[in-house]
Each structure stands twice: as C-alpha cells, then as structure tokens.
Design a protein around this ligand. Sequence first.
Ligand code: SAM
Length: 252
Amino acid sequence: MTFEVAAEAYGRFMGRYSEPLGVVFADWVGVRRGERALDVGCGPGALSGVLIERLGVGHVAAVDPSPPFVEAIVARFPGLEVHRAPAEHLPFGDDDFDRALAQLVVHFMQDPVAGLAEMARVTKPGGQVAACTWDLAGDRSPLNPLWSAARRLDPRITGESHLAGARAGELAILATKAALTDVESDEIAVTVTHPSFEEWWEPFTLGVGPAGDYVQSLDPQAREALREECRRGLPDAPFEVTAVAWAVRGRV
Ligand SMILES: C[S@@+](CC[C@H](N)C(=O)[O-])C[C@H]1O[C@@H](n2cnc3c(N)ncnc32)[C@H](O)[C@@H]1O
C-alpha cells in the first residue's frame, strides 16, 4: 500500500485521528526527555510532532517511504532528520535510538516481522520498540462507520480487517516473532467530534489509504448509495467517533 497522496488530504482523512493518537501513544510508551527516538512510517508527522515537543528536534528522526509525506514533514519541522525509507530497510546503524515507534504502520508494512526486527536492530539493548494499529478487525476503528456501511450494502467486502495487527493479540505475536522481550499489549483510544456529516464524509472521497481507494473505485451511483448508508449508520451531527487502537511495546 502506498500513500502517494497530498499530506493535506491525509490530514483531513486520517490526521484528524492520528494527531491526537500521537499524544496518547507517546504517553503510553513513556517517552522521556534525554532519549533519542525514531518515528517509523511518520507520514506528515502526527507522532513526530509529539516526540519533537517532548525530546527536542535534535533527538528525533523520522522515516517514511511516501515522497509527498517526506516532503511535507521536512517542511513542517525544520531541522528534523528525515529519510525516505521503509521500516524493513532503515538507514541507520545498530543501536542508534532509545526507542523506535510505529504509529498506524505495521499493517501497511510488506513484512511486519522484518520491519519490527529492523526497528529493534537500530534500537539500543534495553531500549524499546512499540507500535499501534487501529482495531480494524473489530468495530472500533475510525474507518468502521465506512466499512460497516460498505458491508451492509455488499457482504463480500472485508475492508481492512485482514491486515496484520488488526486483531487483538496480533501485534504481540508479531513483536515476539521479531525477538522483542517483555512484550506488553493494551488498547489506546481517542475521541474526535465531527461537526457535520459532510465534514466526516468528504475526506473519504480523496483517495487516501484502502478506504479512500475503495470509495474512488465506486461509480457515482454506488458512491452515493454508500454515502447515504453511512449517513444512516451515524448519529445526527455533531457526533463523536471514538477510535481504538491496539498497542504493543517490547524490549530489545
Ligand atoms: C496510516 S499512515 C500513518 C502515518 C503516521 N504514522 C500517522 O500516525 O499519521 C501509514 C504510513 O505508513 C507508511 N508506510 C507504508 N508502508 C511502509 C513501510 N513498509 N515502512 C514504513 N512505513 C510505511 C505510509 O507511507 C504512511 O505514511
């Protein structure tokens, strides 16, 4: 899965959930001043921004394979060390970081175990590797209102529920396979208020991620039917979406 989309579109589609998630995830892993941290699959910088605030820009590095996201994060955080690279091939030496974190990325890695193992390689012994992924197999991801409506119209739709780390316990299995120790799992959540149905729906039409690809693949009639089904499934605006992510952390 590539994210060859404008950072602005990503922000409206997913940044609205991943920006607040970055704060909750950084709290959960226990980021502490003085350490050096890596944000893997940084996108336009939801988690990087939190790490920079807490650690200082000189103590953070970020990587992502998407050219527009790399361009966006370079512009957003002057002085940040940024590389265009996938998790599976990190451009760092061994033991470079105290923590390597991946927020909403493991399910897009070509090889999640190799990606987590590579995150461990660049982290010092005793350091931490952590990741989080939406509860895509349950009904608590921010994409659930869309995928549930799509499934009501076409029961063959699987959405993103099959992706790595989407189910309870899967991230811990991947982390253990990547040779992390003292592996701990939890749920973390954010609640976002949507002022109108249109504000919620419109970003799904921008072609971001699998949900955006799916909406763009529909002809105008099918898209309208999906939009109406989403509207039926959501409360009257303003409404809240509580988005839950599986989180895992382990020692190197
Ligand atoms: C849902 S976005 C998450 C972005 C950001 N971490 C956030 O929380 O907003 C998924 C990101 O994973 C990146 N990605 C896809 N495949 C990857 C891989 N193999 N290694 C690292 N990042 C990857 C995408 O380019 C995209 O930026």
